[in-house]
Design a protein around this ligand. Sequence first.
Ligand code: C2E
Ligand code: CA
Ligand code: CA
Length: 645
Amino acid sequence: MGRIYQFDVCAFLVLSIIILSMFVRKLVRGRTNKMFLALVIITLICTVCDMLTVAPLTTFGHVSVGVRIGASYVYYIVHASLLPTYAIFIGMVSGTWYMYMEGKPKVKLLFSLPYILNIALVLINPVTQWVLRFPKGHYDRGPYVWILYLIALFYMLQTLTYLIKHKETIDIARMFAFIAIYPILVISAVVQYFMPNALIEMFAITASLLILMFFVIKPEESLDTAIGTRNMTAFKHDSKKLYYKGNKGSVLLIKVKNDSSLVTLYGLNAHQEIIKKAVQRMERVLRSQPERNFVYNIYYLSYGLFAVMLHGNYSADVICDGIEQSINKPLILGNISFTFENSLCLLDIPKDIGTHGELLNFVDTYDKSEVESGSIIYSNLEERDKIRFKFDIDKYIEKGFANNGFKVYYQPIYSIKEHKFVSAEALLRLIDDEIGFISPALFIPAAEKSGAIYQIGDFVIDTVFRFIRDHNLSGLGLEYIEINISTMQCMKEDFVDSVKKKMREYGVSNKSFNFEITETASDFLSDVLTKTVSKLHKAGIEFAIDDYGTGYSNLQRILQEPVKIIKLDKSLADDIGNNRTRAVLKSTMQMITEIGAESVVEGVETKETADWFIEHRCDYIQGYYYAKPMPEDVFVEFIRENNAV
Ligand code: C2E
Ligand code: CA
Ligand code: CA
């Protein structure tokens, strides 16, 4: 009996490599990838059993007849799940599986019945000997093995119909991979049937899996590996498809406004878990819609920003409301209970946003903009235009330079120890004669993109230096002015020299100002930044770390840099009612004192909040409770009055 088992050995090697590479390349997250892994593992088990059953007795040392019989039963049982799993896999890839399965027990039963029959036939085989037997200890097929082939045929036809029915939800490359498998499997099954000695079936399946691996399995770059949901790369790709195919659809953006406090309070791991829970809730809402013929995908685009893309027949408003309600309820993780503050924005594609590029631009703007929490922005309301207008922001920046639209405002900073205002933060304003006041939260990011930030930065430094030169700071009871600089500015080669030059030009001392920088997550930025910071520090210029506590600040790195001031972000002051926030704040302020720096709390709006920080020995307070940012002359007046100078 010369069985050709070498194909199985090859299959075994290839499958092992696939599994290994999936783990190494972190391709095992996400439902479809897990399903694919299941397919590979099923095939691997079958291959091993196949070898044990039919390889010549001497090949793997002595394999007893009992083991061979056992292995062939395992083979038949595990093999039964291969095609049903493949069917589910295709359903998941096309994103339409839930249409058939959710809440439809009859369809489920119909789908599982052949599988159950298959398993039953194998289980009763020891008595019936219908599908396999072991005359003289050698494996042989039983008279009814064709039933199993029939069942396999059923599943193949089922998946094939499914593929054809949902062809518009699957792109061409994947479709090719899915279809290519059929001829391979059919040929191998035929060969196997007529030449039972050539064990090529597992090898054929392995070849098919390899094809799938190339075309179907999503590379890690389109999945958020931590959350297991599609990410920005996938969103870009899928939305392009939506426009390209001329499909009508919707994009629902969901922004969690207090996402960063979640990280600050409970750490990144808890953050991940809670985000996952939020995704599950959205999924539940989407699946419970009465309409069944629409396709949806959920994306996690960046910290605290989700998107849901829909096309087909559905009621967008109902889905939007449903999602809002479901994720506004507290999310529970162990003993943590966290409530999102969300804002939602529903876009009708292509009616609201005509091109793919515009959509991506809009998403970017929406991510950065300050939208009132709890607000749902429907596409037809003017609220959206406010955000949209940033598309022309470059135009307004240019206009601002031409018309003296830029102004520097000053917001006083109160010293708790000295009971007076000792400094102020310079905040840039852009005032346009047509549309009025434009927030720096809008134009600074745009300027960073366009490069206008350098000109803007120079303007701010010039204006503040001129202010310091013209007014005697100490005469006003002030020690220094804080100037915001963007990391982009810092990274420009001649930044340090130009600051020094300006200091000489205006006769400004290094003690009369300092720079506020925001810690960013990127290590690359930080390297260049650290160099600039240390050069400026050598020139006697001090630093403040801005927005501390927004979750992305890296304490370790801050400790290595010479920092004078750490500014606690407004979100912390806002969240003072929370026990945990108070605990975090206490230890943070203590840490700041220990490293010899000073703490400023930003965004204090009420007496209660101010009192708490005074009681807990914060060094300085900045916020509307004491004073809003104001134009230069008003500011001077204000300081004269309040510092009683
Ligand atoms: P930031 O540096 O965190 O500035 C503090 C922001 O909080 C300012 O917003 C200020 O007006 C606001 N604020 C202060 N106290 C309160 C309060 O009690 N309640 C509330 N609701 N807000 C308060 P603004 O002026 O809109 O600036 C936004 C951001 O734009 C700044 O955040 C800063 O990152 C950037 N920015 C402003 N001016 C400049 C600049 O000259 N250069 C650079 N690179 N960025 C700037
Ligand atoms: Ca600042
Ligand atoms: Ca800040």
